[in-house]
Write a protein that binds this ligand. Structure first.
Ligand code: SAH
Length: 398
């Protein structure tokens, strides 16, 4: 760890930070030239020199680092990390006791007091994600704290920084026993094949578990389901288990075909009774309109930004049109599940896009359900953007 640097925060931001805001934005820093090495500990003061808090320097797309404490007598050392991780683990005690869900988040960044760090649990294995070079400098101390607090089979890591969008790490294993992959974990009694050593993603996005459960338990029965941006087909598997007549999964990544077949198979579902299409979702919409296909349920879970050969998608600009595409091929009385993980707008704005889409299509809807992050993805009211997930279930009524 490098020495502590004193950073001066400009007045307006200083007020916000004193009130609890944990992110150190670039614009907030008066003496940015003093920041040298990522991982430096920072003492934050206002323009009059009075103490605001302590944090670290680590660059993410969001900002330049995170506030870790506002107590002048608290220092960022082994005890600090141990206390934060221990408290997070205690809050997940009930999750460790469940047999039907063996994968969940145990540490959620600023929601658990340390921005830029997440830890997930996959049936005996821990996966630590480092979101900046800065937080990565604390690797040995954080690892040591975690090892003191938990029993584990193995530990893996994801470095979510460096490499300009590319993931170059070929081995994410840190210690313990190496896993044999796929590792089959459970979520709400459903099996998932996960791979902890295949790049940044593991095969399942743990933050959607409540949405998946709702689809299975309340909405899927008897429906024809279109799952767009389907990745490994997690929503399709739940829909099939919930009694969907048939699911169609669409994703343009080649890997999505074998991965989706695998998720069906580990659940004993005959994948041949379902459609899995490797293609651009926007081309699929056109194809469906031409063929006059209609679905009882359409699931929309696009990335915040995506670019394919012909299409460019940004949630902020294009979500409304995506909903329009979905409305065009949803049966009356059918349901659209609209999801986004884009942190740049909140639930109200998201619902605004939906309203506008229906208006432009001359159709009517009813909002049936609303979801944000589940409780293991703990968030803080001091950082609203951290509660990035927004999911609404929309019934097309007319
Ligand atoms: N819904 C998934 C997660 C989606 S991740 C789940 O529940 O697990 C986003 C996916 O969108 C990626 O798999 C990516 O390959 C896919 N994707 C991005 N742009 C696309 C496009 N234009 N058409 C089809 N798939 C696309």
């Amino acid at each position: 760890m490098a020495e502590e640097i004193t950073l001066t925060i400009e007045n307006q931001q200083a007020g916000k930070m004193k009130g609890g805001y944990p992110l150190i934005t670039k614009e907030a820093i008066v003496n940015i030239q003093d920041l040298k090495e990522e991982g430096s500990l920072i003492r934050l003061v206002d323009e009059r020199g009075s103490f605001i808090g302590r944090g670290y320097y680590g660059r993410q797309n969001k900002g330049y680092g995170w506030v870790l404490t506002r107590k002048e007598k608290e220092f960022i050392d082994f005890n600090f990390f141990e206390k934060k991780i221990s408290s997070a683990l205690n809050q997940r005690a009930i999750f460790f006791d469940k047999d039907d869900t063996t994968a969940f988040r145990v540490f959620n960044g600023e929601g658990d007091g340390i921005g830029g760090l997440t830890i997930d649990y996959y049936d005996g294995y821990y996966v630590i994600s480092w979101y900046s070079e800065g937080i990565y400098q604390f690797k040995s101390i954080i690892l040591h704290a975690l090892e003191k607090l938990v029993e584990y089979t193995g530990i893996y890591e994801k470095k979510r920084f460096n490499t300009e969008g590319k993931y170059i790490e070929d081995d994410d294993f840190i210690k313990g026993e190496r896993g044999e992959f796929p590792l089959v974990v459970k979520e709400n009694g459903v099996s998932f094949a996960v791979y902890l050593n295949e790049g940044p993603m593991t095969g399942i996005f743990l933050d959607q578990k409540e949405v998946r459960k709702k689809i299975r338990d309340k909405y899927a029965s008897g429906k024809t389901v279109l799952n767009t941006f389907s990745y490994t087909g997690a929503f399709s598997v739940y829909a099939a288990l919930g009694g969907a007549e048939k699911t169609t999964s669409v994703d343009l990544a080649n890997r999505s075909l074998p991965k989706t077949i695998e998720q069906f198979s580990v659940n004993g579902i005959d994948h041949e009774a379902h459609d899995i299409k490797v293609m651009d979702v926007f081309n699929y919409f056109k194809y469906a309109v031409k063929k006059q296909l209609k679905f009882g349920m359409v699931i929309l879970d696009p990335p915040s930004f995506a670019r394919s050969k012909k299409n460019r998608f940004s949630a902020a600009k294009d979500y409304k049109n995506l909903v329009k595409d979905a409305v065009a091929i949803t049966e009356t009385n059918g349901v659209i599940v609209a999801s986004t993980n884009y942190s740049g707008f909140g639930m109200e704005k998201f619902k605004g896009f939906i309203e506008k889409a229906f208006k432009e299509m001359g159709r009517k809807f009813k909002l049936e359900e609303e979801f944000s992050l589940p409780s293991d993805f703990k968030t803080t009211a001091d950082f609203k953007e951290g509660n990035y997930l927004k999911v609404v279930f929309i019934r097309v009524t007319k």
